[in-house]
Design a protein around this ligand. Structure first.
Ligand SMILES: [Zn+2]
Ligand SMILES: [Zn+2]
Length: 190
């Protein structure tokens, strides 16, 4: 699966939004309109107006409603809840070429930013599921990490997010664990 197309960038917008709240520590990095605008711009969104406090709140409220899809083995439940969210948002798909290339807009015309972000993220996650890739929507297995990520590797066997070095830390502790066992095996022979 590719994450550099329109749907991929939208799915990664969902990932970034979700990970802006660290459920392990309660640390929230989405605390201002500027941070929200920067997060969205990094994923290709045009944010040409300051993000208001009300809209910041709506973006923050969206996070738990998207997070549950990651690492959820109950795909039917994920789909049911995402479909419900689409209905609440009154999504209204329209094809447009306002920026020179045909692409979908999913929100109602002139919908405020959080509504556009929400409909686009939900559609992207549903598209990933529709393509049979629900198992690639994962939660990091790092011991002190609950970041979500999309596993775009060919075998789909990634276990760790790539933003906090969780994979490296897990390797190091597995190595230490093996060494410890090796040492105690030696002790046994004496
Ligand atoms: Zn557009
Ligand atoms: Zn991690």
């Amino acid at each position: 699966m590719a994450l550099n197309d329109y749907t991929g960038r939208a799915a990664l917008t969902a990932v970034d939004l979700i990970n802006s709240y660290d459920v392990m520590t309660g640390t929230d990095t989405l605390t201002s309109g500027n941070e929200a605008a920067a997060l969205l711009r990094r994923r290709g969104w045009v944010v040409d107006r300051p993000v208001s406090a009300a809209n910041l709140g709506r973006l923050r409220d969206l996070r738990p409603r998207l997070r549950f899809v990651f690492g959820n083995a109950d795909v039917a439940k994920s789909v049911e809840d995402l479909n419900r969210l689409l209905r609440e948002l009154q999504a209204q798909p329209q094809l447009t070429d306002h920026d020179g290339a045909w692409h979908w807009h999913y929100a109602r015309p002139k919908a405020p930013l959080p509504e556009r972000v929400a409909t686009t993220c939900v559609m992207a996650l549903l598209t990933v599921i529709a393509e049979g890739d629900a198992p690639r929507l994962k939660v990091c297995e790092g011991s002190d990490c609950a970041n979500v990520f999309i596993d775009a590797s060919r075998p789909g066997s990634r276990r760790f997010c790539d933003s906090k070095g969780c994979g490296n830390r897990a390797h190091v502790s597995a190595y230490r664990e093996r060494k410890k066992h090796a040492a105690s095996d030696d002790d046994m022979s004496y």
